[in-house]
Design a protein around this ligand. Structure first.
Ligand code: SF4
Length: 407
């Protein structure tokens, strides 16, 4: 365990741009921990403001992935430069320093780089297909220094083209990935594990090939059969979901690469980041949503100058967190789409999609398993660093007390 961890640390120190690494350590590391401590203090008073805000800054994308819930084929809707800055400034004034930037494809937003440059004291994780990250864009990202690209790879050449509805998808994504690595950016690779890529990408060989290429971290999401074309056939079985958890825990002590997950605490108990309140989402239209795949909102950032006020006062978000935490440690969307409908209707929440079919999509869903592993089958962390980090920074913060007691 020690050797791979030391190899990873040495490799990162040797390859990452120094100023960029310092910003990561301070803005994400030190200030990130502080924002979670502040979150923990606030929730004791029943006040929820997520330290990890995710912003989908536009809907447009150059690819057409199976199972994508974003309106990528519709006319462009985006959060403009001034509003983006206003949201980040308000969140920062309330202690936040880390933000997730999603789309569509964020690098299609013409003001993305200028927006990042406005916030040198924050850190951003940009979820991207990497295809628009040219050498010039990567160089600018290094100069700005406060963003880590998380590049999604969904399979080899054949599977990538099929999964993402494009040509040369794999090659073009790898080109963008290499541009990031060549400029010393802390860079991750994300995969949405499904039936067509699990056997190839959930392997030690794949992780070692990423580490050899210079990639710093990996993130395995599990395919969510939601959106206008759900491709249910791609979804993982409960046994495969369990296999993913076991693999991640095993590889963390074996391969010199960091592996993120957002669905388990240090003891291996499942959780939902939305239900715990640690993260919520803002859609391309400014809609304030419980999470990216719950496309309903009762509030919109364009109606107020304080995201903090809107989120801490939102009865809609509060109800969603509480109802989800009362019913499952897993994904309420996959396991109980009926509950999602009920809460949205109860609050008269707006369908935040351009296609206006979010409710019908929920109605057509078949309830299924998610990341929740039955009690007694939890898979705890083996690596002490992950165990400790989750104990302090990423757990259920007590929201499942009643559920665990069977109440
Ligand atoms: S509701 Fe599901 S998709 Fe949303 S944050 Fe929770 S587990 Fe993830």
């Amino acid at each position: 365990m020690l050797i791979p961890s030391l190899q990873f640390a040495a490799r990162t120190l040797a390859t990452a741009d120094k100023r960029h690494l310092a910003k990561f350590m301070w803005n994400f590391g030190f200030k990130g921990v502080r924002s979670v401590q502040l979150f923990k203090k606030r929730i004791k008073k029943g006040e929820y403001f997520p330290p990890f805000l995710y912003l989908s800054i536009l809907n447009s994308c150059n690819l057409r992935c199976q199972g994508c819930w974003v309106d990528v084929d519709k006319p462009q809707v985006k959060i403009d430069f001034d509003r983006l800055n206003q949201v980040v400034n308000d969140a920062r004034e309330h202690g936040n320093s880390f933000f997730g930037i999603l789309g569509g494809e964020p690098f299609m937003h013409t003001e993305l780089l200028d927006f990042l440059a406005q916030h040198p004291d924050c850190f951003f994780q940009v979820f991207t297909n990497g295809q628009l990250i040219t050498d010039k864009v990567a160089k600018r990202l290094r100069q700005i220094g406060n963003a880590t690209p998380l590049v999604s790879i969904e399979g080899n050449e054949v599977v990538s083209n099929e999964r993402r509805g494009g040509k040369d998808v794999y090659k073009r994504t790898l080109r963008g990935l290499d541009n990031c690595l060549n400029h010393g950016l802390l860079t991750g690779v994300a995969t949405s594990l499904c039936q067509t890529n699990i056997d190839e990408l959930l392997t030690e060989d794949w992780l070692r090939s990423l580490a050899k290429r210079g990639v710093h971290y990996a993130w395995y999401h599990t395919y969510r059969p939601v959106g206008p074309q759900i491709h249910e056939e791609l979804a993982l079985t409960p046994e495969q979901a369990r296999r993913v958890r076991q693999f991640v825990v095993d590889m963390r002590v074996k391969v010199p690469i960091a592996i993120i997950d957002a669905y388990y605490d240090g003891q291996g108990k499942a959780l939902c980041p939305m239900a715990t309140g640690i993260s919520h989402h803002i859609g391309p239209s400014g809609s304030i949503e419980p999470c990216p795949i719950i496309q309903f909102a009762a509030e919109n950032i364009h109606d107020s100058d304080s995201i903090y006020e809107q989120m801490t006062k939102s009865e809609f978000l509060r109800d969603f967190r509480q109802v989800a935490a009362q019913h499952t440690r897993g994904c309420v969307v996959l396991e109980r789409p009926d509950l999602v409908q009920q809460i949205a209707k109860k609050h008269g929440a707006k369908d935040s999609t351009i296609r206006q079919t979010a409710m019908a999509e929920l109605e057509s869903m078949t309830p299924r398993g998610s990341q929740f592993l039955p009690t007694g089958e939890e898979i705890p962390e083996k690596h002490p660093a992950y165990w400790l980090a989750k104990k302090i920074l990423f757990n259920d913060f007590g929201v499942y007390k009643n559920l665990d007691k069977g109440k």
